[in-house]
Write a protein that binds this ligand. Structure first.
Ligand SMILES: [Zn+2]
Length: 75
C-alpha cells in the first residue's frame, strides 16, 4: 500500500472484485504521461487479480490540505 503524499499524482484503478479505488503506482509525470499498457495487479483489499488497461486506469491528484494553498476544502 502506498502512502499518499499531498500534492502528488497517482495512477489508480477500480478493483473489479470489490469496486474500491486502488493506487497502482505514483505518477511521477504529474499527470502528463499517457498510459499505454496493461497492468496485472492484485487488489490490496480483496486479493482479486485482474488486468487493467488505459481505459479503466485514471489519474488521481492527492490534494494538499493543511497549509492553505491547495486542497479540497478540508481543514
Ligand atoms: Zn478488490
Amino acid at each position: 500500500m502506498y502512502t499518499l503524499r499531498p500534492g502528488n499524482w497517482y495512477v489508480r484503478y477500480v478493483c473489479q472484485g470489490c469496486k474500491t479505488k486502488q493506487i497502482l503506482f505514483p505518477d511521477l509525470s504529474n499527470g502528463t504521461a499517457r498510459i499505454k499498457a496493461d497492468y496485472v495487479v492484485t487488489c490490496q483489499d480483496c486479493g482479486h487479480q485482474a488486468s487493467y488497461d488505459s481505459e479503466v486506469i485514471e489519474r488521481y491528484y492527492h490534494p494538499v490540505d493543511g497549509d492553505g494553498h491547495e486542497g479540497d476544502g478540508k481543514r
